[in-house]
Design a protein around this ligand. Sequence first.
Ligand code: MN
Ligand code: MN
Length: 463
Amino acid sequence: MAKKKDKKSKFIYEKKNGWEKISKKDASALESFNKKYIDFLSTCKTERETTDFAVAEARKKGFKEGKGDKFYIINRGKSVCFVVKGKKPIEEGVRIIGSHIDSPRIDLKQNPLYEDTELALFKTHYYGGIKKYQWVTIPLAIHGVVLKENGEKVNVVFGEDEAEPVLTITDILPHLAYKIQMTKKMYEAIPGENLNILVGSKPIEDKDEKNKIKANVLSILNKKYGIIEEDFLSAELEIVPSGRARELGIDGSMVLGYGHDDRVCAYTSLQALFDAKKPVYTTIIYFADKEEIGSDGNTGAKSKFIEDVILKAIENAGKEPTYQMLRTVINNSQGLSSDVNAAVDPTYKSVNEMNNACKLNYGIALTKYTGSGGKYSANDCHAEFFGKIRAMFNKRGVIWQTGELGKVDEGGGGTIAKYMAEIGVETLDCGTPVLSMHAPHEVVSKLDVYETYKGYLAFIEEE
Ligand code: MN
Ligand code: MN
């Protein structure tokens, strides 16, 4: 007897796994796209490295600093905007895709190096929202800069080359952890002041030296980078997981790597700008710094940098960059706050409401609001703009879904959306779903990475 076919109402909004509807062409294109993305993520681990990489790529594509139809403006080496002139006059507004290129990490303190029990260690201060227990006993690397007294800037990358040692944060063995860790609350088990980086154990060959292990580390650093201990005071040295991003899963369908949040949106938006046919509106790809610590500072999204860039775009379009013109352009502008969202983790489903949470492989996630509690601190995107993007993505065959940041009252968080919206830009949160967000190694799906790119490309090319 034949089974009666399930009848589906055509009025029902049906969600489908992206792999069941992706074209053969896209399924193959996403593999080569992700290969390049993995290379990018493996080498760009800080806001400075991401800025440098992106500027070098843009210059290869003919972008010039501050002038012309394709230009970029760098903000203190940590934040950058890429601008391409559109077909429409600038007073009709610009299109902005804004991501952030800082990620949770562990910074060295200003006086980091000390010796204790004949071991040398670095004191640290973590940056952004981390679960401290995840950062111990894994291979770590240093990325950053040291400013010497003579003004010379020394770039440091230590612990990435296979031939070079790595660093680590030690943890206590389970045999002795009962009282000081196991019976404590998780967030108290490893205090911030315990995130000390082990950097040496061998004494210098000098009988008169008091701190022989520390002195040896300093002597090695001096040989390698020409720096002395006082130079740490004017340094920004960031401790990040060592090693390359990798394909993940027996089926290789995902990517494991440090800093998908939010370099996945930075990478995909910049590639979309490079690949777009002439944009309809003047388009700005904005990489912000300091999102993970509240978007403050003159390189964060609360700064006036984006307005400076829009003024430059007005000037380069041959118009008078007056305050009135700036306000006209901004008020006609639309933007995507391109940041990741939390994908449902099957092991921790209880924090999600399944009708509204985003899932791996369901495509780029459109998030109407973030925030916490009663939508506090949220840019709650207007229905009109959400509707426009929904129709645009459907027209272009972008695989997309909606997302929210956990169940109501479960927790919360934000993006740079509200700072873009605050100045007058119509804004929607729109980015890649991520598992293990803010962990040393985060997870995304290759399909979602590619659909994020496709979504941004549609936003640049469509009216
Ligand atoms: Mn983010
Ligand atoms: Mn984040």
